[in-house]
Design a protein around this ligand. Structure first.
Ligand code: NAP
Length: 304
């Protein structure tokens, strides 16, 4: 049986020279449960020690917490201040552009303030990957591009990405940018397969964008599978996982990574052993038969 190609262990972020791991760790849930800086540091170490160097956060993460906004970035900033050597070991990705209750603002004035605030909270001089979190329908892409190019020129940001953008929104923004996009971050999982067929991944390959998959386990729903559809998806993943002797989570990450666009799943767990376990996905190779069996279960109907 022919296997799909192995996932390269070393990657760069889009067309940039920024080296990343083929799997990332996300901090959406970092500031939950009253986590201390020492506990957060343990998670950062778990990711880095496992070879996961791309770390993703956002200014909005933790907005239900102490200060109402920016708690996840601030917690990571505390970790970095306590152990400055960590910063150089990671590719630091964050996002901005959502400010409740607006909800979205990509005016030059707001973006400049948001980027400066993120740098301050993260206690760092530069953000490796800065992403627009969600598109602001009221912002002209030319103005957004001008603002972000200026932030790159000022050394505040090394590379740019977007999240939750349509293909047309990506094309329009990229057209006006001097420093072209290197990443896009849509929701992708076996429970969210839209981008396999709606052109997002095809565009990523065409433009050389690295697709970062948010909620790769469906926010954990894949592990609590219930209902005929989710159970069928879980069964198809478990069949491949059993052959390889790995968990359903690892099989899921590797299923995403097998796509030719070079999807980088963002692990959402805040448990050190589950973060480290994710890297086992690199060793798994899929047959076309098993890969398509998961897709067919996810579609809920046979392919034409
Ligand atoms: P996920 O990996 O799909 O889900 C993580 C959740 O699943 C956690 O609550 C985790 O709990 C649980 N889980 C993981 N392994 C499990 C297991 N074996 N058994 C039971 N539960 C398990 O990812 P996510 O947290 O939803 O999202 C990942 C990252 O994507 C975020 O951190 C963020 O960086 C990014 N994101 C981006 C956007 C966007 O709009 N751009 C939106 C959402 C997320 P434990 O912590 O207890 O393991």
């Amino acid at each position: 049986m022919t296997l799909l190609p192995a996932v390269p262990a070393n990657r760069t972020l889009g067309g940039s020279d920024i080296a990343i791991s083929p799997i990332a760790w996300g901090m959406w849930r970092l500031a939950e449960d009253g986590r201390s800086a020492a506990e957060a540091a343990r998670l950062v170490h778990a990711a880095l020690d496992a070879g996961i160097t791309l770390l993703d956060t956002a200014d909005i993460y933790g907005f239900n917490g102490k200060t109402g906004f920016g708690d996840a970035e601030a917690l990571l900033g505390e970790v970095l201040a306590a152990e400055p050597g960590l910063r150089g070991r990671m590719v630091l990705a964050t996002k901005g552009g959502i400010m409740p209750p607006l909800p979205y603002d990509q005016s030059a004035e707001y973006l400049n303030t948001a980027i400066d605030a993120s740098l301050k909270r993260l206690k760092t001089g530069t953000i490796d990957l800065w992403q627009i979190h969600r598109p602001d329908i009221l912002a002209h892409p030319q103005e957004v591009a001008r603002t972000l190019d200026a932030a790159i020129a000022a050394g505040k940001i090394r590379a740019l990405g977007v999240s939750n953008f349509t293909t047309a929104q990506i094309a329009a923004l990229n057209h006006f940018l001097g420093s072209k996009l290197v990443a896009t971050q849509p929701e992708i999982s076996p429970l969210r397969i839209d981008c396999f067929e709606n052109g997002e991944l095809d565009q990523a390959m065409q433009l050389g964008l690295t697709p970062l998959a948010w909620s790769p386990l469906g926010g954990g729903r894949l592990l609590r599978a219930a209902g005929a559809h989710d159970l069928a998806v879980a069964d198809a993943l478990d069949a491949a996982a059993a052959k390889a002797g790995v968990s359903r989570s690892v099989a899921t990450y590797s299923w995403l990574m097998a796509h030719p666009a070079g999807i980088v799943p963002i692990i959402g767990s805040q448990q050190p052993e589950r973060i480290a376990e994710g890297t086992a996905a690199l060793a798994l190779r899929w047959s076309r038969e098993d890969w398509y069996a998961v897709l067919v279960a996810a579609r809920g109907e046979a392919l034409p």
